[in-house]
Design a protein around this ligand. Sequence first.
Ligand SMILES: Nc1ncnc2c1ncn2[C@@H]1O[C@H](COP(=O)(O)OP(=O)(O)OP(=O)(O)O)[C@@H](O)[C@H]1O
Ligand SMILES: [Mg+2]
Length: 212
Amino acid sequence: MKTLAILAQKGGSGKSTIAVHLAAYARTQNIHPALIDLDPQGSAYDWNQGRAENDPNSPKLDFVRARESDLPREKKKAEDNGVQLLIIDTAPHSNRDAAQAAKLADFVLMPCRPARFDLKALISTADIARLSNTAAAVVINHAQPNSNKADEAKAVIQGQGINVLPPVLHRRAAFESALTGCRAVHEYEPDGKAAQEIAELFACIKQGLKLS
Ligand SMILES: Nc1ncnc2c1ncn2[C@@H]1O[C@H](COP(=O)(O)OP(=O)(O)OP(=O)(O)O)[C@@H](O)[C@H]1O
Ligand SMILES: [Mg+2]
């Protein structure tokens, strides 16, 4: 089993959006996913609760809500249940939870919008990841389509010595629409650009985690 922690100290950077999409997409790639929602807001958990138990196209997945102190036990449970990809979604401004999630993970993914305040907040997220000694990288999310904002942000982030993954997620209405219906973009609009971007991000993470 491989564990992916999704961290961003800044609220609204796309942690839960990316967490649920990677989990839902993993299933289509015959990888058994599970998700631990550490955020008391429970956005990822609620999204899954809204899914139908036996819908072949968008079935309910193995999501649990937990506290930081439950993480080692929940991780062991997932491993015993044959989970292949465990995703931990975290809350913003949650240094302690984020640090524990990063420590238990094989890889830390740090979503970041290409905007000034987000880039500033990224420094503290990257510090948490660095202290955990777990490999980490940023994914740019919510980039304006047809602009060079993502490339500019990548250059700034890399200039701070922080890794950035090649795939970029752009601001796309399909994300909002899919999430509203408790679906993922590949279920809502399989041939759309958002679905393509999630597939690219998943492939990149799969390779980084050496998931087969
Ligand atoms: N690429 C995108 N395109 C369009 N909307 C997006 C995109 N990514 C995220 N959003 C929207 O932005 C909002 C914030 O995203 P999300 O809840 O995933 O962020 P978060 O980091 O989990 O927030 P929090 O810190 O509150 O947990 C949501 O309404 C989500 O649907
Ligand atoms: Mg969230």
